[in-house]
Design a protein around this ligand. Structure first.
Ligand SMILES: CC/C=C\CC(=O)SCCNC(=O)CCNC(=O)[C@H](O)C(C)(C)COP(=O)(O)OP(=O)(O)OC[C@H]1O[C@@H](n2cnc3c(N)ncnc32)[C@H](O)[C@@H]1OP(=O)(O)O
Length: 717
């Protein structure tokens, strides 16, 4: 709703009231209509200020209302009504003015913002465009290039940057509402006719065609099949080339297409899923809202390879003092330099001073005695990690949390090396750790709720979306990756090429296909794990393509035996100009190698189509996701989906693997898995899991109802 009062004698003050972000729900929209009527009909009122309750102007349209039919006054005529008011209307922007919130402010005649307020049109991240006149008013106000940038990236700008762009009229560091009221008093006698943004001509640009062609090319490259960024460019083009009324009509048409595309639903699901994962719980019943995290003022990072460096930077940037430790002197020197320059670059980007004084270095473990939390980021080797945990347990003061950045090793085994296993959790970062938004927080069977709460909170402090997951091989993300990779290898054996598989997956929306991704992360990583698992050699009398009774593809191992580790060696599934080269080119050697392999193993190459690549890779991955839910390793489908979108480049406009399963139809996923499992009975990951069957038997409920079908979670190890 909206509150109304008259202040300073002649200013009508409208306060949007819908905590926590004053989203424009039906009640708020009705409130604005009613209070505007009041202000305009009150003869004592000469000007109007619109502000938001509790220091937040407005977080935009109420996204929760998008899934049901519209009730209450629609936003476009409401904003039109504000703009056409005969009395000057001033927006007092504090906290946030996003989406419909900024569009409302664009309908006002003046905008006064706090210098730290955040303004933006982030609809593109929800699969939409600024469809309440924002795509038409913003270019008229700040010009086409700046509007294209804000609308297609959805980025927020501060009040200070907004002033430079011409988006606001004045910026203040004082109380914004008081300043806006003063401003409203000063313009009370000025008719607002010349202040209506919809009547402004769009500023001219010397070469509109080239500008839009360039913008379209850029968004198509980044969009990975998402429709919204493309529609955003089309809408701004309409603003630049058509009269306002026709531009609004084009905005409406484009918005209608997006609304019904399915992508918007997926992206809105992702928005809420990112928030839902913060409300974690553990099998013991411990929860986010009943567990207090421990304080972390000082942390230690052990091992300064790529991950340790990124983690150190992320901690320092979050305001935590860090001791970064590395036993190898040469590596330590290199790490010091790399970390300093990462901190300097980050600070420059954020316009602050680099916090170089927040980090110290050590070549031994002793400083561990004086820290609140340790993150171990040594080489992925259980024996080595165990040794580190034994040492830490002996050195650390009581209550120090011990975390491992393992990407899949058993947290319980590490915990059992310590005197206080309840203080041990996994903190699985994703490379580069100071950039990637995802953190998997892994609780073992003895991890205390406080240890989990502390890791979750620290993740949040570092600007990450933290997801609490149970302890099993590979946790959630890497466990699901295994059947996905396996299918890709099997498809090569059966007749296709890495280029085709990658092309199909990239067309689906992954930033990189599975083979390009393997080349980037290094083929030797998986090779080492398989070696440790005793998978490299076939047992006597068994085919080279069978291990532990199941189908196995030795292709990756054979490449590693040739020294083909991917980008770093200049050869992998592709060839590169040089070791460390980035441009993947098809490699005739690899094609010959695959042919020879097939002949050797009596395999006849067959034609594999687009559909089979997608279904075999993705449905196997989704099936593992259902197993993870069944096992209680993830508390709900949102956890898995957030992990995949933020950590594994699953396209956000497809929601995440579990959401996507629902979009395809659970019945169809089940049938196709049954079909492929019948064809390949020696591949257990293709056997549909019980939860999937159960959901289908129960009428394929929507994803938000799946939790009702999950058993109480328990540790797998
Ligand atoms: C015709 C169509 C016209 C216009 C289209 C639109 O306006 S679409 C909406 C555009 N707005 C946005 O995309 C903003 C989305 N919100 C945010 O980016 C952040 O929430 C925000 C405002 C920056 C605040 O961030 P903060 O970290 O402080 O809080 P958090 O994200 O956890 O949000 C708190 C709770 O508020 C809920 N929420 C936020 N925005 C909206 C919204 N627009 N509609 C509905 N609900 C919203 C959010 O889900 C959180 O809820 P909770 O139950 O606590 O998880």
């Amino acid at each position: 709703m909206a509150q109304y009062s008259r202040v300073s004698g002649t200013v009508g003050l409208i306060t949007l009231l819908n905590p926590p972000v004053n989203a424009l729900s039906a009640a708020v929209r009705q409130g604005i209509v009613d209070t505007m009527d009041k202000a305009l009909s009150d003869r004592k009122v000469k000007s109007v200020v619109i502000c938001g309750h509790n220091g937040k102007f407005c977080g935009g349209a109420d996204i929760r209302e998008f899934s049901s039919p519209l009730t209450g006054p629609p936003l476009i005529p409401l904003i039109q009504g504000v703009e056409s008011a005969a009395k000057p209307v001033v927006a007092a922007i504090e906290g946030v003015a996003l989406g419909g919130g900024l569009e409302l402010a664009l309908g006002c005649h003046y905008r006064i913002a706090h210098s730290k307020a955040r303004l933006g049109l982030p609809e593109v991240h929800l699969g939409l465009l600024p469809g309440a006149g924002g795509s038409q008013r913003l270019p008229r106000l700040i010009g086409v290039p700046a509007a294209l940038d804000l609308i297609t990236t959805g980025r927020h700008v501060t009040g200070a940057e907004a002033l430079q762009l011409g988006l606001v009229d004045k910026v203040t560091d004082r109380n914004t509402v008081d300043e806006a009221v003063k401003f409203a008093l000063s313009v009370a006698d000025q008719p607002p006719n010349s202040r209506r943004v919809s009547t402004f001509p769009c500023p001219r640009h010397p070469d509109l065609d080239a500008l839009f062609e360039g913008a379209m090319q850029r968004v198509r490259q980044r969009a990975r099949g998402a429709l919204a960024p493309v529609a955003c460019v089309q809408a701004v083009r309409a603003a630049a080339t058509l009269p306002y009324a026709q531009g609004m009509e084009r905005e409406r048409e484009l918005m209608a297409t997006l609304f019904t595309s399915g992508q918007a639903r997926a992206q809105q699901y992702h928005f809420f899923a990112q928030r839902a994962v913060g409300r974690w719980s553990m099998p013991s019943g411990a929860r986010w809202d009943t567990t207090k995290p421990g304080a972390v003022h000082k942390a230690m990072v052990i091992g300064l390879g790529t991950m340790g460096r990124g983690i150190s930077v992320a901690l320092v940037q979050a305001g935590v003092s860090v001791v970064a430790m590395e036993t190898n002197e040469k590596q330590l020197m290199e790490a010091k330099q790399a970390i300093s320059s990462m901190l300097e670059r980050g600070a420059k980007r954020r316009g602050v001073a680099p916090a170089l004084d927040k980090i110290g270095y050590s070549s031994n473990m002793e400083p561990a005695a004086d820290v609140d939390l340790v993150i171990e980021a040594v080489f992925e080797d259980m024996a080595l990690k165990k040794k580190v945990f034994q040492q830490l347990s002996a050195l650390c003061k009581p209550g120090t949390f011990l975390c491992s950045n393992t990407s899949g090793l058993d947290i319980d085994q590490l915990a059992s090396e310590t005197r206080h296993p309840e203080l041990v959790v996994g903190m699985h970062f994703f490379a580069p750790a100071h950039v990637m938004k995802l953190l998997e927080v892994v609780y073992g069977s003895r991890s205390s709720p406080q240890a989990v709460a502390t890791a979750m909170e620290l993740g949040k402090q570092m600007g990450k979306v933290s997801v609490a997951v149970g302890n099993c091989r590979g946790f959630v993300g890497n466990r699901m990756l295994k059947p996905y990779l396996e299918q890709a290898f099997f498809l090569l054996e059966e007749g296709t090429t890495p280029e085709f598989v990658d092309q199909v997956l990239e067309e689906f929306g992954f930033a990189m296909g599975v083979f390009r991704m393997s080349d980037l992360s290094g083929l030797d990583v998986g090779w080492r794990v398989r070696k440790a698992d005793g998978l490299l050699n076939a047992s006597e009398g068994h085919s080279a393509r069978i291990r532990q009774g199941c189908r196995y593809s030795p292709l990756g191992d054979l490449l590693c035996e040739q020294g083909r580790f991917g980008q770093k060696t200049g050869r992998g599934w592709y060839q590169y100009d040089k070791p460390g080269g980035r441009v993947a080119k098809p490699d005739p050697w690899l094609h010959g190698f695959l042919e020879k392999f097939r002949t050797q193993h009596g395999l006849v190459a067959r034609r594999i189509d687009h559909q089979e690549v997608l279904e075999r890779c993705l449905y196997a991955l989704m099936n593992e996701g259902f197993r993870i839910l069944e096992d209680g390793i993830a508390a709900g489908p949102e956890d898995i989906d957030v992990i995949y979108v933020l950590g594994y480049s699953w396209p956000p406009h497809r929601g995440g693997p579990m959401f996507y399963a629902g979009m395809v139809g659970l019945q169809k996923v089940l049938e196709r898995l049954e079909h492929y499992h019948q064809e390949h009975p020696d591949i257990p990951s293709l056997k549909p899991c019980n939860l999937l069957r159960n959901l289908v038997v129960n009428g394929s409920p929507p994803v938000h109802k799946w939790r009702e079908f999950l058993k109480k979670p328990q540790s797998q190890l």
